[in-house]
Design a protein around this ligand. Structure first.
Ligand code: BQZ
Length: 668
């Protein structure tokens, strides 16, 4: 289907004649009243941690007993030559005490431990407890603007660019060990890159071709040094793609044996599920290792005796010996944290904001709560991938989805104020038209188009497209075809998503479009959507940084976004791809902001994705937990589970919760 007939310019003039009220860019994204109450001082990126060797090291007392029993090497032999050292100056409660339990409650369920093949571990902080990545983003929320030069180092402790910025050579920490004592080195990085990211048969979190283009090369130089070569100059920004969730190597000494490239009896399916969630313990680099998994009930993690980070006094981290993940619901996470039976919650289910806020205001409340900016946005993504449509009806539907004015009409058909109130009464909701949420450093109201709720305009556009209700059943029909029924998938565990879809379904029915909502178990939602097998999907998306989970939102690389995996781009979509490349390639803040503005304008003017509402969120942490900086946002560069730096959280001995498996570590 040619786009010309529906070229935007033509559309706007004709529609103007029909009094359509699409607020082109400058005319006005609704004024926003921020609820953010976060206060914090900004620091330099090097104030958080450094690398180096200390005169002596110490460990959790029960580990010393294991060393004395010959079950573990001495702490100095378990640590790298130069561990990562957290600086005391920016730790709000200073050097910590060992022991106790950090209690999470989550709504997800571990899918498996093979994260390089795209499996998740249940979200809510499990993923990030077991995975360590080449660089880090979370703690950047606290870094001064003039020092925001790029991601923070982590496993890759430093890197160097060549003159024309087409090559970057990264140096790994030397002597880091996996939780079974095996050495971490460039063979793990090579396996991650070649046999997972670059292998199109593996549904890795970093899509092949999305890291600087399809021809990016990675070369191993020695055991601790490797190099990326790009076909075009890049900036530090591209390295943000090496942070959590994309740039986290897995144990090659374990997984190669399960990979078809090295094992003729293996399939890609068996490889993906090579580490089932009820088989323990996986080999990890993270601070804690899963040792117990009671399905639908609990996951218990014990400290990793080989963890490669220390505090300035030489104490090996983390401070907590045990971490629990109670497997419940996301809503219950907030309920239990407000009640004091959980220690952490990203309060993100607007339905319980009012009650949780009231409860957390009292002096004897176990938590404190402070709202951050609006970083939670919900949107519907229509699938534009005609090439992979499963049948003729889907093909016809996806051709219609590629019509900009069809999407604009849908957007005008949505009453976002009503949708917001359906989720939570009060001042929390604000309209969202896709693109950056207002809490993003790249949000610019003047670059944001807004389609007001206007059913007349929506109907006249749909009429203009010839989508009449030819069989008189109240639902518009495809030209000469069936009813227009949009099958929308959403996560069954997300009440706020269901409420919005119910409101959207009744609103769009009024303009003759039927939404058929379908709940999918959250555990497989990503696997289903990663495969592109949906006509439409609806979920919460944090679009704060273009480099965060890029493939979910932007045409970066041929296999992206997930809602147009064909790579058959619409003209404006190609402009978005160009703006994204310019954003990543530029090291100049003003140029980046300019590229981000055009991404925003192109997305919102074309209703590339159809946003509904956006909400602030509040981080709840139990008051007995120390070193949790009160200014930590629920989400900025990464979720708070990363931003709060859990490996340096602690609780005084007299306030510690009882461990379920004292004195133990994972056995291999
Ligand atoms: C935070 C986060 C930590 C994924 C997930 C979950 C998945 C999505 C998203 C959030 C959960 C919590 O978010 O909602 O507060 O704890 O885990 O990983 O929604 O279904 O696929 O993108 O991050």
């Amino acid at each position: 289907m040619t786009e010309s007939r529906f070229m935007r310019g033509v559309l706007l003039t004709s529609v103007a004649a029909m009094a359509l009220t699409t607020h082109a860019v400058a005319e006005g994204f609704p004024e926003e009243k921020s609820l953010s109450g976060l206060e914090y001082e900004l620091i330099g990126r090097d104030d958080i941690y450094t690398y180096g060797s200390l005169d002596s090291y110490s460990e959790a007392p029960f580990l010393t007993e294991l060393v004395n029993a010959g079950a573990l090497p001495a702490v100095a032999d378990r640590l790298p030559a130069e561990p990562l050292i957290f600086k005391t100056g920016v730790m709000v409660d200073g050097i910590g005490e060992y022991g106790g339990v950090f209690r999470h409650v989550i709504g997800g369920r571990p899918e498996g431990w093979n994260w390089m093949a795209g499996q998740h571990q249940g979200w809510g902080g499990i993923n990030m407890a077991v995975q360590e990545c080449l660089v880090r983003q979370g703690p950047r929320w606290q870094v001064r603007g003039d020092d925001q030069t790029g991601p923070l180092p982590n496993l890759a402790r430093s890197w160097e660019w060549n003159d024309d910025h087409t090559e970057v050579t990264l140096s790994l920490m030397e002597g880091v060990k996996w939780s079974d004592g095996d050495a971490f080195d460039t063979e793990d990085v090579r396996f991650w890159w070649e046999d997972n990211v670059q292998d199109a048969n593996v549904a890795s979190r970093m899509a092949a071709g999305s890291f600087g283009g399809a021809d990016t090369k990675m070369d191993v130089i020695d055991d601790y040094t490797f190099k990326f070569t790009f076909t075009a100059p890049q900036s530090e920004t591209i390295l943000e793609g090496l942070a959590y969730i994309q740039g986290c190597p897995g144990p090659s000494h374990i997984l190669k044996a399960a990979h078809p490239t090295y094992n003729a009896d293996a399939s890609y399916e068996s490889y993906t599920s090579a580490q089932p969630s009820d088989e323990l313990s996986p080999v990890v680099l993270g601070a804690w290792v899963p040792v117990v998994h009671r399905p639908d009930e609990l996951v218990v993690l014990r400290r990793n005796p080989y963890y490669f980070k220390v505090d300035e006094s030489g104490q090996q981290l983390p401070y907590f010996n045990e971490m629990h993940f109670r497997l419940s619901t996301w809503g219950d996470r907030t309920t239990q944290t407000v009640a004091g039976t959980g220690d952490f919650s990203n309060m993100e289910d607007p339905a319980n904001y009012v009650q949780a806020l009231q409860q957390s205001q009292s002096d004897d409340s176990p938590v404190r709560a402070a709202f951050g900016p609006r970083v939670l946005g919900w949107r519907m993504d229509l699938n534009f991938d005609i090439g992979n449509a499963p049948d003729d009806y889907s093909t016809a539907l996806r051709e219609l989805f590629r019509e900009t004015d069809f999407r604009l009409a849908l957007s005008h058909g949505l009453d976002r104020d009503a949708i917001g109130q359906a989720v939570a009464r009060g001042p929390f909701a604000h309209p969202y038209t896709g693109g950056f949420q207002t809490g993003s450093p790249y949000f610019d109201a003047d670059a944001t188009a807004y389609q007001e709720f206007d059913q007349d305009a929506a109907n006249s556009v749909l009429d203009g497209l010839g989508l009449a209700d030819s069989d008189g059943d109240g639902v518009r029909n495809l030209v000469g075809g069936d009813d227009i029924v949009i099958d929308v998938q959403f996560k069954s565990s997300r009440n706020e998503d269901r409420k919005q879809l119910d409101a959207m379904a009744s609103q769009l029915a009024e303009i003759g479009i039927r939404l058929q909502v379908r709940a999918i178990d959250e555990t497989n939602f990503d696997a289903v959507t990663a495969g592109g097998s949906f006509d439409a999907k609806f979920e919460r998306i944090n679009f704060i940084l273009p480099t965060f989970e890029t493939c979910k939102s932007l045409p970066a690389g041929d296999a992206c976004p997930l809602f147009n995996k064909s790579g058959d781009r619409m003209p404006f979509e190609q402009e978005i791809a160009n703006a994204y490349d310019a954003f990543v390639a530029s090291g100049d803040a003003a140029e980046k902001a300019k590229a981000a503005r055009s991404i925003q304008t192109l997305i919102t003017e074309n209703a590339y994705t159809i946003g509904t509402v956006q909400f602030p969120a509040a981080l709840l942490i139990n008051k007995r937990v120390r070193n949790a900086h009160p200014g930590t946002p629920v989400f900025m560069y990464e979720w708070a589970e990363d931003g709060v730096i859990r490996e340096r959280l602690w609780t005084a001995a007299d306030q510690q919760e009882t461990e379920l498996l004292p004195g133990t570590v994972a056995e291999y």
